[in-house]
Design a protein around this ligand. Structure first.
Ligand code: PAF
Length: 280
């Protein structure tokens, strides 16, 4: 089936329900598609009869206006990738189609959205949960695909799906990395050549802590310090936070680590990057 480009909710619904017996996989995106999105689309392609993608730079999840302004929008390139990957339907709504002037509903998760990104990007997860709930209601997919790179986003969405009884399966796809280990992100395109080299500091910090844990260094504070040291040794990098947290509650661990989500956020120039790995 050729790629169908939809702009309205009605068009998406018409396509989605043209044959109600078919399974649909949804890949929600903000565009500027890369190999990480390609992995999500391929996973969706394997497990569903039809694949839908949304491209919507969701203004309410940006707590920093310049991050929103500078977010890349290479639409032609994105559509070419979707066609090459055999995607059936892409929804590219206008902001007013998602948030009409009288819009007033927000989805707020009390606990899981508070630590980590929740501290450093106030309101971010209200924006994410609200738009993802809308995408689920518009597409009503059988399955929806998200990358492990945004580990807290995955945890927030899984919690929301349980709390609100969304009738779909969440599939989590491992982080896709460049050859030097940098996690794929749409924001990587905003890095200068020097910044791009510096950006590997995130994966280096994580690898340092994972290998220390594997070699028996299990004190959470020591693992956080190892990550901090790697980032602080790089003059072009500015540390936002490092974390060694319980993988379910995302609360910081104090004392010995049996299993944990190691994560960090770092500014490289004015681009804020995040990454994570799990131990145990
Ligand atoms: O991960 C993203 O690209 C966005 O947060 C998402 C899930 C598409 C919601 O806007």
């Amino acid at each position: 089936m050729p790629l169908h480009i939809a702009y309205t909710v009605a068009e998406v619904r018409r396509m989605r329900w043209s044959d109600s017996a078919l399974t649909w996989g949804l890949v929600p995106t903000m565009g500027a598609l890369h190999a990480g999105h390609r992995a999500l689309i391929r996973a969706a392609r394997q497990e569903n009869a039809r694949v839908g993608v949304s491209i919507f730079v969701n203004p309410i999840q940006f707590n920093n206006p310049s991050d929103l302004e500078n977010y890349p929008h290479p639409l032609e390139q994105d559509l070419a990738l979707l066609e090459a990957e055999g995607v059936d339907l892409v929804w590219i709504p206008e902001v007013a189609a998602v948030y009409p002037p009288d819009f007033q509903t927000e989805i707020h998760l009390k606990y899981i959205s508070q630590p980590l990104e929740g501290i450093h990007r106030p309101g971010h997860f209200i924006g994410v949960a609200t738009v993802v709930a809308k995408l689920f209601n518009v597409f009503q997919p059988t399955r929806a695909y998200f990358g492990q790179k945004d580990a807290q986003q995955v945890a927030v969405i899984q919690q929301m799906v349980r709390d609100l009884n969304f009738n779909l399966e969440i599939v989590v796809v491992p982080t896709v990395r460049e050859a030097d280990g940098l996690a794929m992100s749409s924001r990587n395109t905003r890095l200068s050549a020097t910044e791009r080299q510096t950006a590997t500091v995130l994966v280096q910090a994580l690898r340092r802590a994972v290998s220390a844990w594997e070699n028996g260094e299990i004190a959470a504070e020591h693992l956080r310090q190892l990550m901090r040291d790697v980032v602080l040794s790089e003059p072009l990098a500015r540390l936002d936070y490092v974390s060694v947290a319980d993988p379910l509650s995302l609360q910081e661990i104090n004392g010995p680590v049996e299993q944990a989500l190691l994560s960090l956020a770092v500014y490289i120039g004015d681009v804020r990057l995040i990454d994570n790995m799990q131990v145990g």
